[in-house]
Each structure stands twice: as C-alpha cells, then as structure tokens.
Design a protein around this ligand. Structure first.
Ligand code: SAM
Length: 326
C-alpha cells in the first residue's frame, strides 16, 4: 500500500470516500429499518472512541481519502460530536465532512456542527405528515425534524439533501408534495429505492416503488430537465422548471451504480466494509488498539482489493442499514 499514490481497487476505482457509522443506536425506530426494541446494545468499550476514529481517519487521509460522512444509527446522539468534527477537519484543508441524520436533534446543534466543519447535510425524511411520521418512526416529532430542515437551509453549506423512501401503500401519495419542496426550497430531494436488507415486514406490508415509477408520477406535474451535477454519488439529478432545488433518484435496485463506487464503510465497532451489499468486513479495531498500524494498513489494503465489481442484494440479507448507516 505504501508505494501507491492512493487507494485503488482491482477495478481501477479510486477510493476517496469513507462513511463512518458512529453508533448503531438511534433515537428513532423507523419501522422499515429497526425493530421496536432497537438494536442489541454494544458494550461501550467495543465502540471506537473519537481519538481512534481520528487516528484511522489520518491513515485514510494519507491514502488519499478526502471525504467523510458521519452516519449511524443516529450520529447526533453522540455526545460532543463537534469535537470529533473539528479533529477530522484538522486533518487537512481539503477534508470534506458530511452528515446523515434524521434531524430530530439537528436544530440546536446546527451552528456548532457547521462551525466545526460539517459542510454537507443529508436528512432522512419519508413523510411530511406529522401523524404518519410518528407512526413510521415509532414516536418521532415531525416538527422538530422540519425545524432542522429549515435551519439547515439557512446555513451557508452545500445544498441540503432530503433522502426519501417511498412505500407503495404508505406514502406514495406524498411523492408530488416532496417534489414540490424542490421547487420551493433550494433542497435536493432524493428518492431512494428501498433495499430489501434486514427486517422486511414493513416492506412486505406496504410494498416498494421503483425510482422509475416515482419519476413518472413527478413528470405528470413537473417538467424535469437533466441537471449535470458533478458529484461522485449514485444519484441522478433533474431540475424542475423554475425550481430552487433539484430532484434526484438513487435506484440501487433497478440501476446498479457500482462502476463508480468510491467508498468504504467503517462500522461503529471498527469493522471496515468494502461494499454495502457484501457481508465481508475487516476488523481494524483489534490491531489499532495494540498499535499495530502496519496491520491496520494491511487490512485497509485487503478491504480495498476485495471490493467486488458489483453486488447481488439477494445474497446480502444478514445486516440492517442501522448497523452500517446506509
Ligand atoms: N439515523 C440517520 C438517518 O436517519 O439518516 C442515519 C442512519 S439511517 C440507517 C440512513 C438512511 O438509511 C436513512 O435515510 C434510511 O431511510 C435509510 N435506510 C434504512 N433502511 C433502508 C433500506 N432497507 N433501504 C434503503 N434505505 C434504507
């Protein structure tokens, strides 16, 4: 690894993006994501400490990683998150830090998070109806989330992205409401296809909707023009006429996007996952804790080299998104 200019996998994909799950725990229990009782508690000492995350991030930085996304579980339940963000930001001027959150706790923390170095925020929100939200998330308060969204829009950061999953007999009737948000606000509203991973009761009950069908419904009301967005992300974007924002589609089921995959995922217990859809993981924490950094580097190298060319969702049902942060 040391002789190479950066991390490049066996298919010539340059790996420069690391998603870090800070915790498996979440302050919501979205029905399609988590069981009612939440995830099994992981002993505190098994979870990577901030200084360990920073040490690993430094290694990745030296190998050319420039973008980090903090996710979970719910990253905002971690105490003193701004401290971690400052440390990551201090790795270099070219570090880009993003956050994926349900935004329930976002508003009061926002200034501190952005002031510490977060420059991109993705907010997960699947319904605009408070009652529905409370049901879907098993108790979440829509108004707190919406305050998080509007406060984020007031920050001088990259466009705020809203991640939305549509279920056929649940929130399909809100597709146009979400699309209109992109007309009214400078939001990037992204429709993400549900991936059948983990517990699928909700999905079985309400059914999924393909990105293609979501787009058809939006086009019944809005004229969509392709928007050229330079970001190494699986979303394909469109601009509705005279809109402030964009509408994006992430279609993992109907459109594989592995050819441009540039990312690795680090779990809260320090396991490095080369591919969202593969259960293969590499334990970085054990060598990290005995300061065997050569072995950590060796495992990172192995993980990169084991990134598959593509995936098969049907073979990867062992994990839930709450453990790997989407
Ligand atoms: N708590 C944070 C949040 O809500 O954004 C981060 C973790 S959450 C697991 C990340 C994203 O994964 C959310 O947008 C959620 O909707 C999405 N997600 C969970 N299960 C999914 C599935 N089976 N298919 C597609 N997306 C899923």
């Amino acid at each position: 690894m040391k002789n190479e200019p950066g991390l490049t996998d066996n298919f010539d994909r340059r790996i420069d993006y690391l998603r870090i799950s800070l915790t498996d725990r979440c302050n919501l229990r979205c029905r399609y994501c988590l069981p009612k009782e939440g995830v099994k508690q992981v002993a505190h000492d098994k979870v990577l400490r901030y200084e360990e995350i920073v040490e690993l991030a430094g290694l990745f930085y030296r190998q050319g990683v420039r973008k980090w996304r903090l996710t979970g579980g719910e990253p905002l339940i971690k105490p003193n998150l701004a401290f971690l963000i400052k440390q990551l930001k201090a790795l270099g001027d070219d570090v880009r830090l993003a956050l994926t959150t349900n935004a329930l706790l976002l508003e009061p923390l926002l200034d501190d998070l952005v002031g510490s170095g977060i420059s991109r925020i993705n907010i997960s929100l699947d319904t605009l109806k408070p009652d529905r939200y409370r049901y879907l998330s098993r108790g979440g308060d829509f108004n707190s989330v919406w305050r998080g969204v509007t406060s984020a829009l007031g920050q001088k950061i990259e466009p705020v992205r809203l991640n939305v999953i549509i279920f056929k007999n649940y929130n399909e009737d809100e597709i146009l409401d979400f699309a209109r948000l992109a007309v009214e606000y400078p939001l990037w509203v992204r429709f993400i296809e549900y991936m059948p991973l983990g517990d699928q009761d909700f999905y079985a009950r309400f059914g999924g909707v393909s990105g293609h069908d979501v787009k058809k419904i939006i086009k019944s009301e809005l004229k969509l023009s392709p928007a050229l967005v330079q970001e190494n992300a699986p979303a394909v974007y469109y601009r509705p006429d005279s809109s402030a924002g964009l509408i994006g589609f992430i279609n993992p089921l109907s459109h594989a996007f592995c050819q441009t995959c540039n990312r690795l995922r680090l779990s809260s217990v320090g396991r490095l996952r080369p591919c969202l859809f593969s259960d293969r993981e590499f334990d970085l924490k054990t060598p990290l804790r005995i300061k065997n950094m050569a072995e950590v580097e060796n495992l990172i190298d192995k993980a990169v080299k084991s990134k598959p060319a593509g995936y098969s969702i049907s073979k990867s049902r062992q994990h839930t998104m709450s453990a790997i942060g989407g």
